[in-house]
Design a protein. Sequence first.
Length: 135
Amino acid sequence: MPVGVPVLLLLKRLWALPCSAIGLLAALVPLGMGGRAQWHRGALEVIYRPCQADCGPRAHGLPFRAIVFGNVILAVSGEELQRLGPHERVHVAQYERWGPLFLLAYPASSLWQLLRGRDPYWDNAFEVQARKLAG
């Protein structure tokens, strides 16, 4: 690995760190309820339960199956992490590119779509890119 690569990686993670701090705070909830965490491929992956069937009504009421803040991926189950992981990793890369500005750019993209009469989630530029790159 060239010398500049670890430095660039460190800079990307530092740039995303304010957003990762939000993710770490959010991770305290599932971890406090018996969830699990592991560092994998440049992100902290946090799951509430390994199996979707064990999640119970709390997790089923969430408006998402997985969500990312910086380098922290939160998923309701290991199964959902497996299914949505590639999509969420694109968001990790987006956070590393945009840093704290992502917290403004993402909702701005949603608002722009809404004002154009489009779906604020499905037509959000960041979601479109994540679906495209995740396959």
